[in-house]
Design a protein around this ligand. Sequence first.
Ligand SMILES: Cc1cc2nc3c(=O)[nH]c(=O)nc-3n(C[C@H](O)[C@H](O)[C@H](O)COP(=O)(O)OP(=O)(O)OC[C@H]3O[C@@H](n4cnc5c(N)ncnc54)[C@H](O)[C@@H]3O)c2cc1C
Ligand code: SF4
Ligand code: SF4
Length: 428
Amino acid sequence: MGQEPTIHSLETIVTQGLCIGCGLCKSLAGKDANGAGNVRMVMNREGGERPLVTGTVDEPTLRLINAVCPGLHVEGYVHETSVEAAEDAPELHPIWGPTRLMGTGHATDPAVRFHASSGGALSALSLYLLSSGRVDFILHVAASKLQPTRTVDHLSFDAAQVIEGSGSRYGPAAPLADFKAVLDLGRPFAFVGKACDISAIRNYAKFDSRVDQLVKYTLNFYCGGVSEFGKTMDYVRKVGFSERDISHLRYRGDGCPGPMVMKTHSGKVFNFSYNEMWEDEARWQLMFRCKICPDSIGDLADITVADVWPGGRPDTEGLGFNGFIARTRRGQHLLESAIVDRAITITEPLGYDGLELAQGSHMYKKQSITARLAAMGDEGLIVPDFRDLRLDQAAAKLTEAEREGNYDGMLSRLRAGDNVENMPVAIG
Ligand SMILES: Cc1cc2nc3c(=O)[nH]c(=O)nc-3n(C[C@H](O)[C@H](O)[C@H](O)COP(=O)(O)OP(=O)(O)OC[C@H]3O[C@@H](n4cnc5c(N)ncnc54)[C@H](O)[C@@H]3O)c2cc1C
Ligand code: SF4
Ligand code: SF4
């Protein structure tokens, strides 16, 4: 008989630095008799939006949360168990994952391309999914209307709503905070978000058949990691304001990459360049969980998109382009139709060498994970269950010295308490 898996409390998941703040547990924990959420997503001292139990979470619910939490479990693509038959399998690259169709291009509509984060791929595909009737709405994120420094889950039923959610939000975001309620609508939709959000959805699909029935498409962007809220607040404070003074905040877009723009209720406007935002890695304030992310590129998504700047950084402002990678048959059909119907324009081919040039950090991260996890295990911490992601194959490309460097680096981080987070405190 197999051993029962250990069930971790939400507090353990959060305080060991494994929570990515997707919000799925909040949604699954439901509401109490008075309609108040049993779990709330609350910002903690480190600047992560984290689940806080404010009602009752019974044992079966906690078991379910443990089974679906992407902080604990991430699975990659396996031919035999995928919706696609083994004989119709896509090419499976050890680093870059399943691939059926690749290309470089952008949203055909210049206004969408300009306003979006890069080339407008995700917004254009979202608009196309709606206009072609393939889905009824898109679940993604947008700036909060009440607090534009923060990011909230966002349902788009029309073009204006898609455009409202367009752009990269580099701070905490919990797109799955109302996922069950979204499924309860009983309408077909697409999800756009990070790879870890999609892992959560795929994990939950094993327990709720509505996921496969209703989530018609999953689209993601390559994700270098989410910054804690402190990074956003550094800019708010830098210009001498506080959070309540801010009336508008976009991190990029309106050009490519476009500036970070902050506006105040008093009418002041501040711009920061993309390279200024990301020049000093020490100030990125990335969540710990992102440093052990085994799949930042969305093995299980239908279509994945990326920036394609050679070297991973823009030299100048310019027109935006995306790399497109259709992973599933469904994603391939969608991309091909979007090209034929002129929602997407492909300008040149994209190969693995191009991905390596533009997204080398993702390759290096994947190669490093096994050593980093070993350090976590040796420190007696929870080691997340990452499977079918070809991590050993990736690690084999590193030299022994590089593997040791990753192990030692992680050990020092852990001993310095880099992974430790505080539980949020309920206010009000
Ligand atoms: C935290 C973060 C890290 C990133 N790291 C990389 C990277 O390493 N390499 C790379 O090539 N690109 C990265 N990007 C993505 C890149 O900035 C572009 O967004 C991507 O190329 C898609 O461009 P687009 O023009 O198609 O996006 P758009 O058309 O502007 O659409 C972006 C979509 O993403 C959704 N979204 C934005 N922020 C979030 C969020 N935090 N969580 C969930 N959904 C969100 C929006 O709601 C929108 O639907 C990152 C983005 C974020 C938010
Ligand atoms: S990663 Fe998601 S499901 Fe797991 S604890 Fe955090 S918010 Fe909950
Ligand atoms: S780096 Fe990985 S864990 Fe972190 S936000 Fe991106 S996809 Fe999620």
